[in-house]
Design a protein around this ligand. Structure first.
Ligand code: AP5
Length: 218
């Protein structure tokens, strides 16, 4: 099974992908995580991507598409994967179509959220500097303020979670990514889930819909 998690910044793609990956035993491929790791390690990709990521713009298609094509050609994702953050525009979706040999097992889960909720989630998100675990100051607070529950690392705000950058990311989403809703609806691949709800409700909704959907595909 190949799953694309589509949705605006803060819809909960990373949060749901992590749980779904455990439940369905599928690898989670997050383009945002790969880019942030490249930036942290100062790799050539990271050096090129930094200004785009930190301003909330999209990293050029050529760079991201090559990165994803390489990742999904690896043997550990032969039987499926969860793509989080890709594709992000029509051009990337067409590239993905061209390098996926089989598309019958592709499902796009669209996490739909209202803008006031997205802003609340993004502005309160904190990530662990060491292990990248994700928390939220109110929605998913750590046991000890400012400290990661898993590894004890310091919790920090992502540079692109500052107010001005959040506005730009939402604009980029509306202009460049949201046309993918129509793109995948036309291909009968898209399933909408209300992601304003609690994470546990969202995941059970996704699992229920996936079960029904895969039964209809047989
Ligand atoms: P990326 O990391 O993909 O960022 P994003 O799409 O903006 O999504 P986020 O990670 O901000 O949000 P999310 O939906 O994963 O929410 P999360 O689960 O963390 O990309 C970053 C940048 O990289 C881009 O701006 C771009 O520059 C570049 N990039 C990446 N892919 C690219 C591509 N394909 N092409 C070009 N450039 C690319 O949740 C958010 C918060 O809310 C957390 O604190 C969480 O605890 C909380 N939360 C989650 N779910 C719930 C819930 N149901 N209820 C309450 N709180 C919740």
């Amino acid at each position: 099974m190949k799953i694309i998690l589509l949705g605006p910044p803060g819809a909960g793609k990373g949060t749901q992908a992590k749980t779904l990956s455990g439940k369905l035993n599928l690898k989670h491929i997050s383009t945002g995580d790969i880019l942030r790791a490249a930036i942290k390690n100062n790799t050539p990709l990271g050096i090129e991507a930094k200004r785009f990521v930190e301003s909330g713009g999209l990293v050029p298609d050529a760079l991201v598409t090559k990165m994803v094509a390489e990742r999904i050609s690896q043997s550990d994702v032969e039987d499926g994967f969860i793509l989080d953050g890709f594709p992000r525009n029509i051009q990337q979706a067409q590239s993905l179509d061209s390098f996926l040999k089989i598309q019958a097992d592709l499902t796009v889960i669209y996490l739909d959220s209202s803008e006031n909720i997205l802003i609340q989630r993004l502005s309160g998100r904190r990530i662990c500097q060491k292990c990248q675990a994700v928390f939220h100051t109110q929605n998913m607070p750590p046991k000890k303020e400012g400290t990661c529950d898993s590894c004890g690392g310091a919790l920090v705000q992502r540079p692109d979670d500052r107010e001005e950058t959040i506005k730009n990311r939402l604009l980029v989403y509306r202009e460049q990514t949201s046309p993918l809703i129509e793109y995948y609806t036309a291909r009968k691949k898209l399933i909408r889930v209300d992601s304003d709800k609690e994470p546990e409700i969202v995941i059970s909704e996704i699992l229920k819909i996936l079960k029904k959907y895969s039964a209809t595909q047989k």
